[in-house]
Design a protein around this ligand. Sequence first.
Ligand SMILES: [Zn+2]
Length: 115
Amino acid sequence: MIKKRPCKICGRWFRASNREGDRQRTCTRRECQRERHRRNCKQWRERNRYLEKEGRVRDRLIKEGGGGAVRLKVDLEAVRDSVGPEQAVLIEEIVKVLNAGARDSDLPERPKKKK
Ligand SMILES: [Zn+2]
């Protein structure tokens, strides 16, 4: 049996839905649902703040080229400023290898051998 409990947001007592059961902490009022959603989003952003930071760094350093296959265009000066000269060289070499791979995948498919 599901007991009544106070809403974590408005404090009003409510009966949890059968589907949610013990997990439901918020009543079904629109304002409370909206606030619950806002709080969950805020918590998610705080837990995943690193994603935002990574995204900003990525935007600063990398631009995708046009054309069929994806080519990486990296602002190597910005990379050097960001990680230092040794890592920048490593990154530059990795980008070369990736872009060479992208170039190869641009080649038209070879005709299949006839049996
Ligand atoms: Zn409520």
